[in-house]
Design a protein around this ligand. Structure first.
Ligand code: GLA
Length: 745
């Protein structure tokens, strides 16, 4: 049993393999958080020692006990306007306009298996893999009931949380905020690690020491955003890649979100995470419920590397229900950077022909195949093939591609519409626009109101028709602007605060229906690259296009940051043309492949323009990728360098779960003369085992005999992990190396 309730002290204990989570019902019924950290046994009730802090008020029943204050008590889920001045989870008011709630324990249940989250994606468990604790709290006056869910995945070291808010009263309630959780760390100096960025430079790791006050990580863009990923880590100040305590919180949600991290007067640190409350308002009639999205928690006592590996395994095994989640993904060629909108069947087939000869398995036809879509300004919404570009329609092209032994994939951007489209002309009211105002434009397109049932039905029919009429093996699902002018013509004035969340629920409902009907179609998420790279989308899309920036050097930083929460098997990564279209930089073809291989590998360039030598290199890259596929995609991932500290080189490693083999990749973005040699401590090996270098693939302009020198050498795991490995000097522009190790003893 990983969940227990100790009646006498009224303590709940959640145990995973390496962690313990504990909370206690206090004498007044408030649910007090005690501990989340390395696994331990016994009661931790002593950790909550009520103490008087002036001006921290008291529940009425505690008016003679100034040390009892909700303002200083660590909590699992807060009420509002009743004496806790820290960031709260909730804002609820009744018909009289009174905003207030004090949540107290009503009941609990311990159940086998994992709870479900209604209307939104959430983690799932295999047989016997998880247990659920539900704790019901209620506010006496409003009748609001809050059911807290805890899913305990003992072997994965993951605890999931969510909340369901039910109006158990007799009058309507209004929610102005409904977060997924509160997680209080009563003690310790923590750093906040979060992943911020912008289009073409997503998920850049940022680490800041928490001081008094609140730090907010949030999106108001209607999507999880390029700017702030809904994933944060609290790390003890001394925590490193391999050492120390850190706790991750990852929201399973793809819309606007908000995480507040507050360091309070008691020295405690509070995290409140959930849906963005700005522009949010939800009405709950008596008996109705509001479901919050889920948060995936993991705690590591062995630093950030272990925290990441916990997430990688969990997202691979327990989040995405697609059969593709654990299947080998095809190496693909995408025509976007090869042609942009300027293509026809002949052009695409010529790329496909080259690709198939080199070993590529899937051709993806990107934007521009439908309606009047010859540029960014037209056609979105009209998901009918443009026969002027593609005579004979999709089938003619698909049969050519299939005839070359390749599968066919298609780009769509279902949530959007151009004013210049038949769809918009027929249904202008389907777009999100504010009454009486010219809409704010993004890429000269509008956003469909995905909260509307008729919009979802239309898109379901259109996409189903496409998928059932043609042999489409893969869909790239794009979303190329942020939501503005959020106003739904399907909702009454008093419910406009629901539109943004209903949008996300609509996206999920559509994905749910389509994936149920077409489970074999491989979905790749995308939002102008990585603008919706989150656990919500990953529940449907086993892979997401990581960034529109395909420059291999830029990708080092992007994929580095992404790796803290998300596995290699989730990161769409392609080899593109040089000079690179985003930066103008030229990186050798093999180094581009080393970087893209640590994602879902593919190409995005006109292969017709490659020389014979380059084509031979591509063939070798694909062969190498196949050789190491299992290791790269499903192995344990170790970051060997800290890209925020040194951009001189980037190094990472994957190790097979049985530690029988490992692959180390190193890229040197900028070679300098006579610098100190690069010294790396490998990780995750069997220290007593002996490893042989079976491949030393150096891509550089210097000594071509390095492979012969290095291959066949043997080292103990301990020698490579503790002594380390000294890389011979590499020369040229942006060289790279891949070192494959096999355990021979
Ligand atoms: C977005 C995607 C690109 C490409 C274009 C097409 O920017 O991220 O990969 O599909 O749209 O318009």
């Amino acid at each position: 049993m990983s969940i227990s309730f100790q009646e006498k002290e009224r303590i709940f204990t959640l145990q995973t393999h390496n962690t313990t989570y504990q909370m206690q019902i206090d004498p007044l019924g408030y649910l007090c958080h005690l501990y989340y950290g390395p696994r331990t046994a016994g009661s931790l009730g002593h950790l909550y020692r009520p103490a008087d802090f002036g001006f921290s008020p008291n529940p009425y029943a505690s008016r003679y006990a100034p040390q009892h204050s909700l303002d200083t008590m660590p909590q699992e889920y807060t009420g509002c306007n009743t004496g806790d001045f820290r960031v709260s989870c909730l804002a609820v008011s009744g018909e009289d306009g009174a905003c207030g709630a004090a949540l107290r324990y009503v009941s609990h249940a311990i159940l086998p298996g994992k709870y479900a989250v209604e209307g939104m994606p959430s983690a799932f468990a295999g047989d016997g893999e998880a247990e659920t604790l539900t704790v019901t709290l209620a506010d006496e006056v409003t009748g609001l009931e809050v059911e807290l869910y805890y899913g305990v995945f003992a072997e994965r070291d993951v605890i999931t949380r969510a909340a369901r808010l039910r109006n158990g009263g007799t009058a309507a309630l209004t929610l102005d905020k409904a977060a997924s959780l509160c997680l209080d760390f009563p003690f310790g100096d923590w750093d906040l690690i979060h992943f911020q960025g912008r289009h073409n430079m997503e998920r850049q790791l940022t680490r800041t020491a928490l001081t008094g006050g609140i730090q907010t990580v949030s999106s108001r863009r209607g999507a999880s955003s390029h700017q702030h990923n809904p994933f944060v880590i609290l790390a003890r100040r001394d925590a490193t890649e391999d050492y120390g305590d850190c706790c991750g919180l990852m929201l399973v949600y793809s819309g606007s979100h908000r995480t507040d991290v507050e360091r309070d007067q008691t020295g405690g640190t509070r995290v409140v995470m959930g849906i963005q409350d700005e522009l949010f308002r939800w009405t709950l009639a008596p008996g109705q419920s509001f479901q919050t999205p889920e948060v995936l928690l993991t705690f590591s006592h062995q630093g950030l590397g272990q925290l990441s590996r916990n997430y990688h395994r969990f997202l691979r095994e327990n989040l995405c229900r697609s059969p593709w989640a654990k299947r080998r993904r095809p190496v693909l060629i995408n025509n976007w950077e090869a042609t942009y909108f300027n293509f026809d069947t002949e052009k695409i087939v010529s790329i496909a022909r080259q690709a198939s000869a080199l070993g590529v398995e899937l051709l993806v036809l990107d934007d521009g195949w439908f309606g009047s879509r010859n540029d960014e300004n037209h056609g979105l919404g009209d998901w009918f093939v443009n026969e002027e570009k593609l005579p004979g329609g999709l089938d003619a092209l698909i049969s050519e591609v299939n005839g070359l032994g390749m599968q066919f994939g298609l780009w769509v951007e279902p949530e959007m519409v151009n004013e210049a489209s038949d769809l918009y002309r027929a249904h202008p009211d389907w777009a999100l626009t504010l009454p009486g105002r010219a809409p704010t434009m993004g890429r000269n397109q509008l956003v469909l109101d995905m909260g509307r049932a008729d919009v979802i039905e239309y898109l379901y029919q259109r996409l189903s028709d496409l998928l059932s009429a043609h042999n489409i093996a893969y869909i790239k699902w794009d979303m190329n602007r942020s939501l503005t002018d959020i106003y739904s013509r399907a909702l009454p004035p008093e419910r406009q605060g629901e539109a943004a969340h209903r949008y996300v629920l609509g996206v999920y409902a559509l994905l749910e229906r389509l994936t149920a009907r077409f489970p074999e179609v491989l979905l790749e998420g995308c939002a102008g690259g990585g603008g919706r790279f989150d656990a919500g989308m990953l529940a449907y899309c086993p892979q997401i296009w990581c960034s529109d920036d395909t420059d291999a050097v830029e990708r080092l930083a992007i994929q580095y940051g992404t790796s803290f929460g998300y596995p290699v098997s989730a990161m769409g990564a392609h080899v593109s043309a040089c000079p690179n279209h985003q930066t103008g930089r030229t990186v050798p073809l093999d180094t581009r492949a080393v970087v893209a291989m640590h994602g879902t590998f593919g190409y995005e360039l006109d292969l017709n323009l490659l020389t014979e030598a380059e084509k031979a290199a591509v063939r070798r890259q694909i062969q190498r990728f196949h050789r190491y596929y299992e290791l790269i995609q499903w192995g344990d991932y170790y970051r060997l360098s800290d890209f925020t500290q040194t951009s001189d080189y980037a190094a990472w490693q994957t190790v097979s779960p049985d530690r029988g083999e490992a692959l180390v990749s190193i890229v040197i973005p900028h070679v300098r003369a006579t610098t100190p040699l690069i010294h790396l401590c490998f990780r995750g090996l069997d220290e007593g085992g002996v490893y042989r270098v079976t491949e030393f693939a150096a891509f550089h302009s210097g000594d071509s005999g390095l492979a012969a020198q290095e291959e066949g050498k043997e080292y103990t795991g301990g020698a490579l992990m503790y002594g380390g490995f000294v890389l011979p000097r590499l020369y040229g522009d942006c060289p790279s190396v891949q070192i494959h190790l096999e355990k021979v003893q």
